[in-house]
Write a protein that binds this ligand. Structure first.
Ligand SMILES: NC(=O)c1ccc[n+]([C@@H]2O[C@H](COP(=O)([O-])OP(=O)(O)OC[C@H]3O[C@@H](n4cnc5c(N)ncnc54)[C@H](O)[C@@H]3O)[C@@H](O)[C@H]2O)c1
Length: 250
């Protein structure tokens, strides 16, 4: 794949997003790492820059359209037109349905669903102009199988899958593919926070229920992003590529 294609990764300071940034940066792509965690962005990007990578970092809240647009303006100026978008930023929390407040519901939708809308829509002019683009959204198994005490999360992630499938149809004629990866269990700070809060089982316990008996890694998800972003995947669009060790087979 052409190495000068600019990659944007939301939630790039931690977990899966960081794994994706590392892979594309080490393959020679200019990478824009966007996240609300400014200090982590600086620490992680410094490591990649020291290896020779071309990295731009910006503090961005994906639920804030202005924040996304400002970052994209800087990306276009400093790195060039956006070719590959990995809409990964997200939050998760375990709350019984009866206890989900309207504000909590709204925040989940704003970040996990509307955040993807902003991240993708604001990048489209570059892809349309180039008649080439790759959009990869990170959804969740919660949308495929449902998730205990995560109705708001599963609803938002189901929206991401519907958005992905619809956009695939709308953008296919423009040389832009749109696919989603719904992880099941990936060893990241998000999973660790759930375990610490008692809303997610320990990884060694849950691994016993995964046909490939280990948690996923950010590298597992990044490898799938690399495939979906490749020229070789130009005939793959609207797909739900479950990188999950066989935990959900649908
Ligand atoms: N870890 C898992 O087991 C798992 C399973 C299924 C789906 N996912 C999904 O994978 C994605 C990445 O999760 P992760 O496990 O790497 O979690 P993580 O918490 O390690 O990383 C998520 C990143 O998103 C950032 N972020 C949160 N809100 C943001 C906002 N409003 N704007 C910009 N950045 C924001 C966080 O600061 C963090 O750096 C999420 O969408 C998550 O729902 C994870």
């Amino acid at each position: 794949m052409t190495k000068d294609r600019v990659v944007v990764v939301t939630g790039g300071a931690s977990g899966i997003g960081l794994g994706v940034c590392r892979l594309f940066a080490r393959k020679g792509h200019p990478v824009a790492m966007l996240d609300i965690q400014e200090a982590a962005l600086e620490t992680e990007s410094a490591i990649l820059r020291a290896e020779g990578a071309k990295i731009l970092t910006r503090k961005v809240d994906v639920s804030d359209r202005e924040s996304v647009e400002e970052a994209y303006a800087a990306i276009r100026q400093e790195l060039g037109p956006i070719a590959i978008v990995i809409a990964n930023a997200g939050i998760s929390e375990g709350i019984p349905f009866d206890d989900i407040s309207v504000a909590t519901w709204q925040r989940m939708i704003d970040i996990n669903l509307t955040g993807v809308f902003h991240t993708v829509q604001a990048a489209l002019p570059d892809m349309r102009e180039a008649r080439w683009g790759r959009i990869i959204t990170i959804s969740s198994q919660a949308a495929q199988s449902g998730a205990m005490d995560r109705a708001h999360y599963a609803a938002a992630k189901s929206g991401v899958i519907g958005l992905t499938r619809s956009l695939a149809r709308e953008l296919a004629a423009h040389g832009i593919t749109v696919n989603t990866i719904p992880p099941s269990v990936v060893a990241t700070p998000m999973a660790e926070q759930g375990i610490a809060a008692g809303t997610f089982p320990p990884l060694d316990v849950i691994s016993q229920h995964i046909p490939i008996p280990r948690p996923g890694t950010p590298e597992d998800i990044a490898a799938a992003c690399n495939y979906l972003a490749s020229d070789g995947a130009s005939y793959v669009t609207g797909q739900v590529l479950a990188v999950n060790g066989g935990m959900f087979i649908g």
